[in-house]
Write a protein that binds this ligand. Structure first.
Ligand code: C5P
Length: 407
């Protein structure tokens, strides 16, 4: 597994934690698996370990300051930012995480973060109370939603004398975890179209028919596809989520707008290899939308005539030219496998990913589990974070596309 790191250019960011002494060992372990390592340190890190130690081990001068003419003429911060495949910050203090979230650039390490397209990986180290503080946890959520990978922390004795979560992972474990999170570029060159989120069908200017979809699963699928090297266009319903790194996004409100955006992408923007329909598209819309806010009447209730929306995924599956490989989703509250297989056939899909939605999983949850079906087989994806589940789905889709093309 660790051979995935061979030849990778890893910029190691060291920040001011007592665990900074482990950075010396980490440089060695990364070199053991064939990675090229350069080091940037914050001023606080230099209080714990000398730059000379890391310079000697890495074989290169350690980058320390932003406004130093000599350093800039050696390998300036922009060159360093471009050089890196991965920006691994280990140890990452609570303060560093918060400064990354804010997009600060008042020291070399944070300026490189802003200037670099390298994948960000943080191995946090801090006191357990600082780790569990809501501010730190919100910072982690924010970094993860931007595509950063967080490794650890471990639990146990802390330098401050307390016990708990917040210890830097051991260098050898950081290297293993890093290698595991390298996603092979199995979708390099693929053009992928994805829908995500709910649709909102207006009733009048202030009311709509909607559903509980958070868009998290669709956004995770878009992120996983982009990580795997695909060129991704995401058609998103109304959700409050950040666009994953490297993903193109087009926002829509209604099912009709989503249909139009999908068809425009498939018919006017060149062909797509794969269409993954994760959106929870409304099945019905109000027959007419009232031009002004509807007034409460004296009567007991109202009847709202509804008409069916267009089934987007079925329409894509029925395309006679430029038809992509079509993957649908099925959120069910019961008889998941039966309903999903019926939908696979009725809508003419190549694959369907079914999940049970209810008390714990689905919609707003950060976790999911899937049962994936295609005409001749099926596979389960066990419960896990939506991004992990999405990465497994990408592997399953690729496996089936390859199997279909060789059969
Ligand atoms: O029929 P049901 O809504 O359960 O099917 C779910 C699948 O169909 C999902 O892939 C969803 O994105 C897609 N769908 C669609 N257009 C609709 C309704 C559902 O693309 N109008």
């Amino acid at each position: 597994m660790a051979e995935q790191l061979t030849g990778k250019k890893i910029l190691l960011g060291v920040t001011g934690s007592i665990a900074a002494y482990k950075a010396a060992e980490l440089v060695r372990r990364l070199q053991d698996v064939g990675a090229e390592v350069r080091v940037v340190m914050t001023a606080a890190a230099c209080e714990f370990i000398t730059p000379l130690t890391l310079q000697t081990l890495s074989g290169h001068p350690v980058a320390l300051t932003l406004l130093d003419a000599d350093e800039e003429s050696a390998m300036g911060h922009i060159t360093l930012a471009r050089w890196a495949d991965w920006f691994l910050i280990a140890p990452a203090t609570a303060d560093t995480l918060s400064r990354l979230v804010q997009g600060r650039s008042d020291d070399l390490l944070t300026a490189i973060h802003l200037a670099s397209e390298a994948r960000l990986v943080c191995a946090p180290a801090m006191n357990n109370k600082m780790w569990s503080h809501v501010a730190t946890q919100e910072n982690l959520t924010s970094l993860r939603s931007r595509g950063a990978v967080i490794l650890g922390p471990a639990s146990g004795d802390q330098a401050c004398g307390e016990q708990g979560e917040g210890r830097l992972l051991e260098p050898v474990d950081i290297v293993t975890a890093l290698a595991e999170s390298v996603v092979p570029a199995v979708w390099a060159g693929k053009r992928v179209l994805i829908t995500a989120g709910p649709t909102h069908e207006p009733i009048d200017p202030v009311r709509f028919i909607g559903n509980r979809s958070s868009g998290k699963m669709g956004f995770a699928v878009a992120q996983a596809a982009a990580e795997a090297g695909a060129e991704v266009m995401l058609i998103a319903g109304p959700v409050g989520l950040d666009t994953p790194t490297g993903v193109n996004r087009h926002n829509v409100g209604t099912a009709a707008q989503m249909y139009a955006a999908v068809m425009q992408q498939l018919t006017m923007m060149g062909s797509r290899d794969i269409f993954i329909s994760v959106a929870a598209v409304a099945d019905y819309r109000a027959e007419t939308v009232a031009p002004h806010k509807m007034k409460k009447s004296a009567q007991q209730g109202i009847t709202l005539p509804l008409v069916s929306t267009q089934d987007i995924v079925a329409a894509v599956a029925a395309l006679s030219t430029n038809r992509p490989y079509v993957v649908g989703f099925a959120a069910e509250t019961e008889k998941v496998a039966d309903y999903a297989q019926e939908k696979l056939k009725r809508k003419g899909l190549d694959m369907i990913a079914a999940n049970e939605v209810g008390a714990e999983l689905g919609f707003a949850s950060d976790d999911n589990a899937l049962q994936v079906f295609w005409e001749t087989g099926s596979q389960e994806v066990p419960r896990g974070p939506k991004l992990t589940v999405a990465r497994s789905l990408i592997t399953i889709i690729m496996g089936q596309i390859n199997a279909d093309s060789t059969s």
